[in-house]
Design a binder for this molecule. Structure first.
Ligand code: ACO
Length: 311
């Protein structure tokens, strides 16, 4: 009976076990996983755009090769994640349709522009650094396919973070102008990266249930704090200032205090009114439309193969 299945599911969750695709699960669990995994997949795909913007203008062959590899990795992450979501009974077409019609969310962070080469380094260091902080606990998510996808994603994100940090280290040994570019990029991205972790715990509508189900393991605010504490010493080594006058070590808490995040700006961006939302969505819709002939050709080829087999 439904009740027995629910009890079995609860027991597995309480024991920190994994739930696999063909097993019984509550509809709300399925729904929240489709929501989170598809948003995550869209974030990876849309996240290719701000950096892809710099592939043709990378300052050397080495930087270009690294950046191409990184942007391709993000595309790969999107594909594993769409596949993980498909195991829950949704189709890729449905998910993409939700993205293209503006119904689906994707990470706020990708709605800001990458203005110069230093932004590429800062996106690697801070944006991918924040992404890793958020994704490492997802390797222990209760839904098997999502947790397993996260293992490889995190390894690749770690490379992305390092290449960004290393690119910035090189710039910081350069001219005064290069150093100023790095500082300017840090100033523009820092607060947006803190907001990436999502609203404060008290305003996080999905958190309590997500934690109960073992989907989320660490809360938005706790991850944000871990990110701040990990990043402060890295900024020191790099030689940049994090743009927050309230940022300081709190001996009692054994953690850094930090200033107020602009949540109005965050929600405006999440709700479609950030600086690049229209451009990003437009680019995705155009890519989908431009790829129609490839999809049609693939279907025609499959039909031809099938017809040949039937002969
Ligand atoms: N950008 C856009 N929307 C966000 C963001 C953000 N940075 N943070 C929270 N939200 C949305 C949530 O999706 C939710 O909206 P919904 O109910 O319509 O889905 C709403 O704000 C309230 O937030 P929460 O209740 O805290 O939502 P949730 O419990 O899902 O936590 C979080 C949000 C932390 C982003 C979670 O979904 C998660 O861990 N996702 C997987 C990681 C991910 O998507 N990373 C993408 C960026 S990293 C990268 O791609 C390189």
């Amino acid at each position: 009976s439904e009740q027995a299945l629910q009890a079995q599911f609860d027991e597995r969750i309480d024991a920190d076990g994994r739930i696999e695709p063909r097993e019984w699960m509550p509809e709300a669990y399925r729904k929240t996983l489709v929501r989170q995994i598809s948003q995550h997949a869209h974030s990876e795909i849309v996240g290719m755009l701000p950096e892809g913007n710099w592939i043709s203008r990378a300052p050397s062959l080495k930087r270009k090769a690294i950046l191409i590899a990184k942007v391709q990795d993000e595309g790969g992450h999107g594909l594993y994640l769409y596949s993980a979501a498909e195991t829950l009974g949704t189709s890729r077409d449905q998910m993409l349709d939700a993205l293209h019609t503006g119904k689906a969310k994707y990470s706020s962070i990708f709605n800001y522009p990458t203005l110069n080469w230093a932004d590429v380094g800062v996106v690697g260091w801070l944006v991918d650094g924040a992404a890793i902080m958020n994704q490492i606990p997802l390797c222990r998510c209760s839904y098997g396919p999502y947790a397993r996808a996260m293992v490889r994603v995190c390894k690749e994100e770690s490379f992305h973070q390092r290449q960004g940090y290393e690119a910035l280290l090189v710039m910081m040994q350069g001219t005064a102008e290069q150093k100023a570019m790095v500082q300017d990029a840090v100033n523009r991205w820092w607060w947006k990266c803190l907001a990436m972790f999502g609203p404060p715990d008290a305003d996080s509508s999905n958190s309590a249930q997500g934690m109960r189900w073992g989907i989320k393991r660490i809360s938005n605010d706790d991850l944000r704090q871990k990110f701040v504490d990990a990043t402060v010493p890295q900024a020191k080594v790099l030689g940049v200032t994090l743009p927050d006058p309230d940022l300081k070590w709190n001996e009692e808490r054994q953690a850094h205090d930090y200033g107020q995040i602009d949540w109005d700006e965050f929600w405006a961006t999440v709700n479609g009114n950030g600086p690049c939302n229209k451009e990003r969505l437009g680019a995705r819709v155009k890519a989908w439309a431009d790829g129609a002939w490839v999809r049609e050709a693939a279907v025609a080829h499959a039909q031809k193969q099938q017809a040949r087999q039937l002969k």
